[in-house]
Write a protein that binds this ligand. Structure first.
Ligand SMILES: Cc1cc2nc3c(=O)[nH]c(=O)nc-3n(C[C@H](O)[C@H](O)[C@H](O)COP(=O)(O)O)c2cc1C
Length: 199
């Protein structure tokens, strides 16, 4: 087992998996575009079905003209803390394979799975680079589609806030109360040897 960050795995794993977590308290500092691109570069080295690389990342940096627009595309509960991140990203996936508009396009079965892998890579690289990445399902999907003219065939997956961690006193009382690394179900509840157990 491995212990780190108030967490303990059941089997030996690299501590980086325990050290990655999703804080809401960010310093709000400005970061360089190259620092964010380093995280996105790691993300786009994720494996994907037939190397289709269906992930797409739309990003804005704090301090840029687009920042307030991006913040406005999060649900209110996320705006409250994510406005203090250093970068916001919307992850979009291409839900079909082949050249757009051609006869050989086919629906992709794995586009969301692949984009999820890329987000996972991003989150781990963020930690390795001194940042934290916090995924957000609480985003305004339809408004994001409109704001960036995302055509049919692409799925708006999730948002990601990236920043450097701050003291939890920057958060509302409600968010301070949940500002800690979460635990996990026992491995035996999710990993089955040769059978499936529904819950
Ligand atoms: C796809 C996805 C969507 C999430 N949506 C939100 C969200 O809208 N707001 C939020 O505060 N946290 C959100 N989270 C953070 C999760 O609650 C968090 O990852 C989970 O509780 C596990 O905790 P940990 O990341 O600290 O290990 C999201 C995480 C993921 C991966």
């Amino acid at each position: 087992m491995t212990k780190s960050n108030n967490r303990e795995s059941q089997y030996p794993i690299d501590p980086m998996f325990l050290d990655r977590w999703s804080p809401r308290a960010f310093t709000g500092e400005i970061i360089e575009e190259a620092q964010l691109l380093s995280l996105l570069d790691a993300a786009h080295w994720a494996p994907s079905s037939s190397n289709q690389q269906p992930w797409r990342f739309i990003y804005a940096l704090k301090g840029s003209e687009q920042w307030q627009t991006f913040v406005g595309l999060l649900v209110d509960a996320n705006q409250e803390w994510a406005a203090n991140a250093s970068a916001l990203i919307f992850v979009v996936s291409r839900a079909f394979t082949g050249t757009a508009g051609s006869a050989e396009t086919k629906p992709s079965y794995t586009h969301s799975f692949d984009a999820g892998t890329a987000w996972g890579y991003l989150a781990l690289q963020a930690r390795l680079s001194g940042f934290y990445a916090h995924g957000m399902g609480g985003i305004k999907h339809d408004e994001i589609r409109q704001a960036f003219a995302i055509p049919e065939g692409y799925r708006v997956e999730a948002g990601v806030a990236v920043g450097r961690i701050a003291d939890k006193s920057v958060l509302s009382e409600r968010n301070q109360a949940r500002e800690f690394p979460s635990q996990r179900k026992p491995l035996s509840e999710v990993a089955f040897n040769g059978r499936f157990i529904a819950d």
